[in-house]
Ligand binder design. Structure first.
Ligand SMILES: [Zn+2]
Length: 174
């Protein structure tokens, strides 16, 4: 390289000289990384290969678990268990499985469609909670107007009837 070649102004000192070139080349040579040895290559590749294998195994396990276990199906089966009550006889069928997509009233053992979901009342007449609820048929299922009253405690029972406060329930469990 000719000194001053990069300067457009002859009277200015060159910005980049042949000496600079040489120094630059030398610094590049010094900084060029050493060719990786076999040992170093292995230490870089091995963890990468291991994590790939782990990812594959975890992925396959996840897919298999998903195929074998459908959490929504399991959930449905348990939440479809309801206490049913017969609108004609008042008989209660505890923890009956409600078929998927079924509408009330369900057909009872007698062949008539008389089964409705029972509401649970955990109150006692004297304002305490009880461990074993009274199963109540809501008036709306019987086609009767007005609020439903619990035959045991006389309180109003509503759809998705709320439980007594937790303190009372805990006392009932003692
Ligand atoms: Zn009650």
């Amino acid at each position: 390289m000719i000194a001053g070649r990069y300067s457009p102004f002859a009277d200015l000192p060159p910005l980049w000289t042949a000496e600079d070139d040489a120094a630059y080349d030398a610094s590049r040579l010094r900084r060029r990384p050493a060719r990786p040895t076999r040992e170093r290559t292995r230490s870089i590749v091995a963890p990468a290969r291991l994590s790939a294998v782990v990812a594959l195994v975890v992925g396959a396990g996840w897919a298999l678990a998903g195929a074998l276990y459908d959490p929504s199906a399991a959930l449905d089966a348990s939440t479809r268990k309801r206490d049913l009550i017969c609108a004609q006889t008042g008989k209660v069928f505890e923890r009956s499985t409600v078929p998927e997509g079924a509408t009330f009233p369900l057909t009872g053992p007698g062949g008539a469609a008389t089964l409705y979901p029972a509401e649970l009342c955990f109150w006692t007449a004297d304002g305490r909670a009880k461990r074993e609820p009274t199963r109540v048929l809501l008036n709306m299922y019987r086609g009767v107007d007005g609020p439903t009253v619990c035959p045991d405690c006389g309180r109003e029972v509503v759809y998705a009837n709320p439980m007594p406060p937790i303190e009372l329930m805990l006392k009932a469990m003692e």
